[in-house]
Design a protein around this ligand. Structure first.
Ligand code: F6R
Length: 242
């Protein structure tokens, strides 16, 4: 696990974007794993800028997002489909048919999870996975106690995670209770992985991920097992590292 610590969030984001674009340069048809959430917003904004400046083309790339809320249709304002479309996809030259997210409006979500995992395998696997971290150490929606070998499946969201995501929903009762998420095992199977964490609210989870025992209590700690994981931090997120 390589840990890169930058003076501020802006520099951390520039580094993460540069590492992603370097993959595109060597492999224009790379398969990217993507995350949503507040941490990724400036990173996607940076990628959009690099694309507008002619420094990044996604014309041959494919993407698979980590997760989606169950019970939320792709066109719902709070879906991760909408997030990705509004924040990134509509601003770059990616072919929409090569962008993938699990469908949260699934009638049979167990089958949808299996379909999604099979689709990732059929694409040849993920070359470069972007990951964020929850304050409780989750990656994707793999909440604490998730099996470290888990694949895409249904997960119940913890109250902490529902509270952290409440800001996106008008009514607390609208916050979904379940999500489809790539598993910890799915993330470990990616060829390269970059976790971006910024801000002091992530400091404890980051310390547990990097310096704690590998444990389902902190699913992100499984990244210690990843053969090529880079952790990109600002000073605040790194504040509790020894
Ligand atoms: C979302 C995802 C989550 C977030 C995490 C951090 O697709 O995979 O694990 O990365 O909850 O979210 P923010 O960045 O909003 O703190």
């Amino acid at each position: 696990m390589k840990v890169l610590i930058y003076d501020d969030a802006e520099r951390a984001v520039v580094s993460a974007a540069d590492q992603l674009v370097a993959v595109l340069e060597t492999k224009p048809d790379a398969v990217f794993g993507l995350a949503t959430g507040g941490t990724m917003l400036p990173l996607y904004q940076r990628l959009v800028e690099l694309h507008r400046d002619g420094r990044a083309s996604f014309g041959k790339a494919s993407t698979f997002n980590l997760d989606e809320y169950i019970g939320i249709a792709p066109d719902h304002a709070c879906s991760y489909h909408t997030y990705m479309r509004e924040v990134l996809f509509k601003h770059i030259d990616i072919d929409p048919s090569r962008t993938h997210l699990p469908r949260g409006d699934c009638a049979d979500c167990v089958a949808e999870a299996a379909r999604y995992e099979a689709l990732i395998a059929a694409s040849g696997g993920i070359d470069f996975q972007l990951v964020g971290i929850g304050q409780n150490g989750h990656i994707g929606f793999n909440e604490p106690t998730s099996s470290l070998s888990s694949l895409t499946r249904i997960k119940t969201l913890t109250e902490d995670t529902r509270r952290a995501n409440a800001r996106y929903f008008d009514n607390p009762e609208d916050i979904p209770k379940y999500a489809l998420t790539m598993g910890v095992g799915s993330i470990l199977a990616t060829r390269r992985c970059l976790l971006l964490a910024t801000g002091v609210t992530k400091a404890r989870a980051v310390a547990a991920m990097v310096e704690g025992p590998i444990s389902a209590a902190c699913p992100a700690s499984a990244l210690q097992l990843h053969p090529k994981a880079t952790i990109v931090l600002d000073r605040d997120a790194a504040a509790e590292l020894e």
